[in-house]
Design a protein around this ligand. Structure first.
Ligand SMILES: [Fe+2]
Ligand SMILES: [Fe+2]
Length: 179
Protein backbone atom coordinates (compact mmCIF):
# COMPACT_ATOMS: atom_id res chain seq x y z
CA UNK A 1 0.00 0.00 0.00
CA UNK A 2 1.36 3.39 -0.92
CA UNK A 3 1.09 5.67 2.12
CA UNK A 4 2.36 8.68 0.20
CA UNK A 5 -0.24 8.89 -2.56
CA UNK A 6 -0.98 12.23 -4.16
CA UNK A 7 1.07 15.36 -4.46
CA UNK A 8 3.58 15.45 -1.54
CA UNK A 9 3.67 19.24 -1.61
CA UNK A 10 -0.11 19.49 -1.28
CA UNK A 11 -0.02 16.89 1.48
CA UNK A 12 2.60 18.72 3.52
CA UNK A 13 0.65 21.97 3.01
CA UNK A 14 -2.47 20.26 4.35
CA UNK A 15 -0.56 18.96 7.40
CA UNK A 16 0.89 22.43 8.00
CA UNK A 17 -2.58 24.04 7.87
CA UNK A 18 -3.95 21.39 10.22
CA UNK A 19 -1.10 22.00 12.66
CA UNK A 20 -1.72 25.78 12.55
CA UNK A 21 -5.46 25.20 13.21
CA UNK A 22 -4.72 22.96 16.21
CA UNK A 23 -2.21 25.47 17.55
CA UNK A 24 -4.78 28.27 17.30
CA UNK A 25 -7.44 26.19 19.10
CA UNK A 26 -4.96 25.20 21.85
CA UNK A 27 -4.03 28.87 22.24
CA UNK A 28 -7.69 29.90 22.56
CA UNK A 29 -8.40 27.26 25.20
CA UNK A 30 -5.29 28.31 27.14
CA UNK A 31 -6.18 31.99 26.87
CA UNK A 32 -9.67 31.52 28.31
CA UNK A 33 -9.16 28.62 30.72
CA UNK A 34 -5.53 28.39 31.82
CA UNK A 35 -6.63 28.20 35.48
CA UNK A 36 -8.87 25.19 34.75
CA UNK A 37 -6.17 23.45 32.69
CA UNK A 38 -3.74 23.71 35.61
CA UNK A 39 -6.12 22.79 38.42
CA UNK A 40 -5.55 19.58 40.37
CA UNK A 41 -9.20 18.49 40.15
CA UNK A 42 -9.44 19.00 36.39
CA UNK A 43 -6.22 17.03 35.91
CA UNK A 44 -7.50 14.28 38.22
CA UNK A 45 -10.07 13.47 35.50
CA UNK A 46 -7.16 11.80 33.68
CA UNK A 47 -7.77 8.90 36.10
CA UNK A 48 -11.40 8.43 35.07
CA UNK A 49 -12.59 6.76 31.89
CA UNK A 50 -15.44 8.26 29.89
CA UNK A 51 -16.10 5.91 26.93
CA UNK A 52 -13.77 3.22 25.58
CA UNK A 53 -10.15 4.18 26.28
CA UNK A 54 -10.89 7.91 26.40
CA UNK A 55 -10.54 9.62 29.77
CA UNK A 56 -12.94 12.28 31.07
CA UNK A 57 -10.05 14.76 30.69
CA UNK A 58 -9.52 14.00 27.00
CA UNK A 59 -13.29 13.92 26.41
CA UNK A 60 -13.71 17.43 27.89
CA UNK A 61 -10.76 18.78 25.90
CA UNK A 62 -12.24 17.27 22.72
CA UNK A 63 -15.69 18.71 23.48
CA UNK A 64 -14.10 22.16 23.90
CA UNK A 65 -12.26 21.78 20.55
CA UNK A 66 -15.31 20.55 18.66
CA UNK A 67 -17.50 23.25 20.22
CA UNK A 68 -15.08 25.86 18.84
CA UNK A 69 -15.05 24.10 15.48
CA UNK A 70 -18.87 23.89 15.21
CA UNK A 71 -19.16 27.52 16.30
CA UNK A 72 -16.71 28.62 13.62
CA UNK A 73 -17.94 26.40 10.77
CA UNK A 74 -21.60 27.25 11.34
CA UNK A 75 -20.99 30.93 12.16
CA UNK A 76 -23.01 30.68 15.38
CA UNK A 77 -21.33 33.61 17.14
CA UNK A 78 -20.94 32.07 20.60
CA UNK A 79 -19.16 33.80 23.44
CA UNK A 80 -15.87 31.87 23.32
CA UNK A 81 -14.99 32.42 26.98
CA UNK A 82 -18.25 30.81 28.13
CA UNK A 83 -18.17 28.16 25.42
CA UNK A 84 -14.67 26.93 26.35
CA UNK A 85 -15.08 27.06 30.11
CA UNK A 86 -18.53 25.45 30.00
CA UNK A 87 -17.24 22.70 27.70
CA UNK A 88 -14.23 21.96 29.95
CA UNK A 89 -16.42 21.80 33.06
CA UNK A 90 -19.50 20.08 31.60
CA UNK A 91 -18.47 16.68 33.02
CA UNK A 92 -16.84 17.91 36.23
CA UNK A 93 -18.44 15.18 38.33
CA UNK A 94 -15.03 13.92 39.59
CA UNK A 95 -15.77 10.22 40.09
CA UNK A 96 -15.41 7.15 37.90
CA UNK A 97 -18.92 6.34 36.73
CA UNK A 98 -17.78 2.81 35.74
CA UNK A 99 -16.86 1.95 39.33
CA UNK A 100 -19.77 -0.31 40.36
CA UNK A 101 -18.58 -0.91 43.93
CA UNK A 102 -18.00 2.75 44.61
CA UNK A 103 -21.26 4.19 43.35
CA UNK A 104 -23.72 1.51 42.13
CA UNK A 105 -26.74 3.83 42.04
CA UNK A 106 -24.78 6.56 40.28
CA UNK A 107 -23.69 4.17 37.52
CA UNK A 108 -27.27 3.32 36.66
CA UNK A 109 -28.50 6.90 36.76
CA UNK A 110 -25.26 8.62 35.82
CA UNK A 111 -26.81 10.19 32.72
CA UNK A 112 -29.43 11.95 34.85
CA UNK A 113 -27.29 12.70 37.92
CA UNK A 114 -23.98 13.96 36.70
CA UNK A 115 -24.85 17.40 35.26
CA UNK A 116 -26.05 18.46 38.73
CA UNK A 117 -22.96 17.00 40.43
CA UNK A 118 -20.68 18.68 37.86
CA UNK A 119 -22.41 22.02 38.40
CA UNK A 120 -22.07 21.78 42.18
CA UNK A 121 -18.35 20.93 41.92
CA UNK A 122 -17.66 23.68 39.38
CA UNK A 123 -19.51 26.29 41.50
CA UNK A 124 -17.23 25.46 44.46
CA UNK A 125 -14.09 26.34 42.50
CA UNK A 126 -15.03 28.84 39.80
CA UNK A 127 -17.11 31.95 39.39
CA UNK A 128 -19.52 30.69 36.73
CA UNK A 129 -21.54 32.86 34.39
CA UNK A 130 -25.21 32.09 33.66
CA UNK A 131 -24.23 30.68 30.25
CA UNK A 132 -21.64 28.35 31.77
CA UNK A 133 -24.24 27.12 34.28
CA UNK A 134 -26.67 26.50 31.45
CA UNK A 135 -24.04 24.55 29.48
CA UNK A 136 -23.24 22.25 32.40
CA UNK A 137 -26.86 21.80 33.53
CA UNK A 138 -28.36 21.10 30.09
CA UNK A 139 -25.62 19.27 28.17
CA UNK A 140 -27.46 15.93 28.55
CA UNK A 141 -30.59 17.24 26.83
CA UNK A 142 -33.08 15.58 26.06
CA UNK A 143 -32.52 13.70 29.36
CA UNK A 144 -32.83 17.05 31.14
CA UNK A 145 -36.30 17.52 29.54
CA UNK A 146 -35.92 21.33 29.56
CA UNK A 147 -33.92 22.33 26.45
CA UNK A 148 -30.89 24.65 26.56
CA UNK A 149 -31.73 28.34 26.45
CA UNK A 150 -28.51 29.76 24.99
CA UNK A 151 -26.54 29.03 21.83
CA UNK A 152 -23.41 28.09 23.79
CA UNK A 153 -25.30 25.30 25.58
CA UNK A 154 -26.71 24.00 22.27
CA UNK A 155 -23.24 23.90 20.73
CA UNK A 156 -21.67 22.05 23.68
CA UNK A 157 -24.63 19.63 23.77
CA UNK A 158 -24.05 18.83 20.07
CA UNK A 159 -20.25 18.56 20.46
CA UNK A 160 -20.68 16.31 23.51
CA UNK A 161 -22.98 13.93 21.63
CA UNK A 162 -20.66 13.86 18.63
CA UNK A 163 -17.56 13.12 20.78
CA UNK A 164 -19.41 10.49 22.86
CA UNK A 165 -20.53 8.70 19.70
CA UNK A 166 -17.01 8.73 18.24
CA UNK A 167 -15.60 7.38 21.54
CA UNK A 168 -18.22 4.64 21.76
CA UNK A 169 -17.54 3.59 18.15
CA UNK A 170 -13.79 3.59 18.84
CA UNK A 171 -13.17 6.38 16.33
CA UNK A 172 -11.81 8.69 19.05
CA UNK A 173 -9.21 6.83 21.06
CA UNK A 174 -7.26 7.62 24.21
CA UNK A 175 -4.47 5.97 26.15
CA UNK A 176 -6.65 4.71 28.99
CA UNK A 177 -6.83 6.10 32.50
CA UNK A 178 -3.66 7.14 34.33
CA UNK A 179 -3.28 5.21 37.58
FE1 LIG B 1 -21.95 14.52 30.54
FE1 LIG C 1 -19.54 14.84 28.10
Amino acid sequence: MNLFRGNPQKRSEKIRRQYERHKKVRGLIKKHADDILHSANFNSTNKHLQHGSVTVHKHCMDVARYSLLFNKKLGIGCNKYDLIRGALLHDYFLYDWHDKDYLPHRKRFHGFFHPGVALKNAEKEYRLTDRQREIIRKHMWPLTVMPPTCREAWVVTAADKYCSLMETLGLHRGHGAAV
